[in-house]
Design a protein around this ligand. Structure first.
Ligand code: UT7
Length: 346
C-alpha cells in the first residue's frame, strides 16, 4: 500500500503554466474584407493585430486539454487533486466541461467543475483554488481558463467581432507556504450585478428558452454577445485600477516594487490607462493582445505563459495581476514569479 506524503500548506503556489491557441488566425485585413471597419481602426482603438480562432467543431474543452497538458508538463506531474475550468463559452450548458478535461488528461475521476466569471474567471479561479488548498480539500489544483468565445460573437457585428479571440491558459497550483516564490497573494474580488446588461448574451439560458426562442419571435442577434463598449471601457479602467490597488495593499507591496503588470488583455488603451493611473511605467506592462485579442478567462494565463516563455517574466519578478469583465466582475492579486519550466514561445 502506498502512503501519500502530505505536504500541507496554507498557500496555493504556482507550480506550472501552459497555454494553447488554435492554429487558425484572423488578421485585421481579413475582418476588414467583410466588415465596415479598417485595420487602422482596429489597431488604433484596440491594439489588436490578429487573433486565433477555433475551426468548425473545435471547442473550449479541446483548447483546455491542450493548455492543461502543457501546464502539467511544466509542473512535472501527471496528477492533480482537482480541476477547475473557468470559461464563458462552455461546450454545452450541461454538463460542465471540467470533468471531460480531467478525463482527457488522464487525471481520472478527480472532482472537477466549471466556474463562470467571464474575463475575471481566472482571478476567481485563483481564489477558489486558494480556498480548496487552504481548507485541505485539495493539495493540488489544475486551473484552466479556456474560451472558444468567437462562436458566441456575431460575425456581422463590427463592434464585437474585431475584439475577441480564442485560446486557453492553465496553471498547476500546489500547497505550499505563503513566503515562497509562486505563492498567490491575497486575491481582491468584486462584482456589480446592476450592470449585468452591459455585456451579455440574452438567449440560451433559462430566462429566454424555447417557448419564446428562435422561431417564436426572438431575433437571432439575442443568441450573440451584446456589448456596450464605451461604458464598459470606463468601468474596466476604474475597476482594474481599484482591484490592483486593493491587491497591492493586501499584499503590503508598494506599487513601485511591481516588476510586471499582467492585466486582462481587453484593449491596449484600457491596459495603458490602468498602468498610468497606478503609476506603473509602460515598460513594466505586459502586452500580447496584439497577437491574441481578448480571450476572456484565458487572457491572463495565456499572457503569463507567453511572458514567461518569451523571457519577459523571470524568476523573482514581482507580478501584479488584474482583470475585469462581464457581471460586472473584477479581481486582482500578486505573486513573486517562481522558477518554472516553460514551453517555447507561442
Ligand atoms: O473584456 C472585458 C469587457 N470588454 C471590454 O472591456 C471592452 C471595452 N471597450 C472597448 O474596448 C472599446 O469601447 C471598443 C474597442 C469596443 C470600441 O472602441 P471605442 O473607442 O470605445 O469606440 P466607440 O464605441 O466609442 O465608437 C466610436 C465610433 C462609433 O462611430 P460614431 O458613433 O462615432 O460615428 C462606432 O460606431 O467607432 C465606431 N466603431 C467602429 N468603426 C470602425 C465601432 N466599432 C468599429 C469598428 N470599425 N470595428
Amino acid at each position: 500500500m502506498t502512503v501519500r506524503q502530505k505536504n500541507r500548506g496554507a498557500a496555493a503556489v504556482l507550480a506550472g503554466v501552459g497555454a494553447y491557441v488554435p492554429p487558425k488566425t484572423v488578421t485585421n485585413a481579413d475582418l476588414s474584407a467583410h466588415l465596415d471597419t479598417s485595420p487602422d481602426w482596429i489597431t488604433s482603438r484596440t491594439g489588436i493585430e490578429e487573433r486565433h480562432v477555433v475551426s468548425a467543431g473545435e471547442s473550449s474543452v479541446d483548447l483546455a486539454v491542450e493548455a492543461g497538458n502543457r501546464a502539467l508538463k511544466s509542473a512535472g506531474t501527471g496528477t492533480v487533486d482537482m480541476v477547475v475550468l473557468a470559461t464563458t463559452s462552455p461546450d454545452r450548458l450541461c454538463p460542465a466541461g471540467a470533468p471531460e478535461v480531467a478525463h482527457r488528461l488522464g487525471l481520472g475521476i478527480v472532482p472537477a467543475f466549471d466556474l463562470t466569471s467571464a474575463c475575471s474567471g481566472f482571478l476567481f479561479g485563483l481564489a477558489t483554488a486558494q480556498g480548496l488548498i487552504a481548507s485541505e480539500t485539495a493539495e493540488s489544483v489544475l486551473l484552466v481558463g479556456a474560451e472558444a468565445f468567437t462562436t458566441f460573437v456575431d460575425p456581422a457585428d463590427r463592434g464585437t467581432a474585431v475584439i475577441f479571440g480564442d485560446g486557453a491558459g492553465a496553471v498547476v497550483l500546489r500547497a505550499g507556504s505563503t513566503d515562497e516564490p509562486g505563492a498567490i497573494g491575497p486575491v481582491s474580488l468584486g462584482t456589480d450585478g446592476s450592470h449585468a446588461d452591459l455585456l451579455h448574451i440574452p438567449s440560451g439560458g433559462s430566462r429566454q428558452r424555447s417557448a419564446t426562442g428562435l422561431g417564436h419571435g426572438l431575433d437571432v442577434s439575442s443568441w450573440y454577445l451584446q456589448m456596450a463598449g464605451r461604458t464598459l471601457f470606463q468601468q474596466a479602467v476604474a475597476r482594474m485600477t481599484e482591484a490592483s490597488r486593493s491587491a497591492l495593499e493586501q499584499a503590503g507591496w508598494p506599487v513601485a516594487t511591481v516588476d510586471r503588470f499582467v492585466g486582462h488583455q481587453a484593449n491596449l488603451r484600457i491596459l495603458t490607462a490602468v498602468a498610468k493611473r497606478l503609476e506603473i511605467p509602460a515598460e513594466r506592462l505586459f502586452v500580447n493582445i496584439d497577437r491574441v485579442g481578448n480571450t476572456l478567462a484565458a487572457s491572463i494565463p495565456l499572457a503569463l505563459t507567453a511572458a514567461a516563455s518569451g523571457g519577459e517574466l523571470t524568476s523573482g519578478d514581482r507580478v501584479l495581476l488584474s482583470a475585469f469583465g462581464a457581471g460586472l466582475s473584477w479581481g486582482g492579486t500578486t505573486l513573486v514569479w517562481p522558477d518554472l519550466v516553460t514551453d517555447a514561445p507561442l
